[in-house]
Design a protein around this ligand. Structure first.
Ligand SMILES: [Zn+2]
Length: 118
């Protein structure tokens, strides 16, 4: 497997030693991939096409054709996506479980939470 960011490998290792076959099938459907989301950056008289590099999955991180108006509007879910977080939370009693993996912290590439906490 390609080298990923540490947080990706940490969560994958946590899941690999715990998942049953159904859980593993879910993980395969949401495996992390390097992705690019094109967006327009404006300011100081410039208007440039840029791309935000992120880790997502093919199931949850669909990028609209044509890209996004600005970085903050990239409403693409970043990995770990909610289904992966819901897998991991089944093992939340484990000492290695990271509280940051909880489903309520699922976030977009822009950093906003997918489900805003009210
Ligand atoms: Zn996913």
């Amino acid at each position: 497997m390609a080298r990923f960011y540490d947080y990706v490998e940490e969560l994958l290792e946590f899941l690999f030693v715990r998942l049953d076959d159904d859980g593993f099938a879910t993980l395969v459907a949401h495996e992390p991939r390097r992705m690019l989301a094109p967006y327009i950056e404006t300011g100081r008289g410039r208007c440039e096409q840029r791309s935000a590099a992120f880790v997502g999955c093919v199931s949850c991180s669909e990028i609209i054709s044509g890209g996004y108006g600005d970085y903050q509007s990239i409403n693409v879910e970043a990995w770990p996506c909610r289904p992966v977080r819901e897998l991991a939370v089944l093992y939340a009693d484990a000492a290695e479980y990271n509280e940051g993996w909880r489903p309520e912290y699922a976030g977009f590439v822009s950093g906003r939470l997918v489900f805003e906490v009210s």
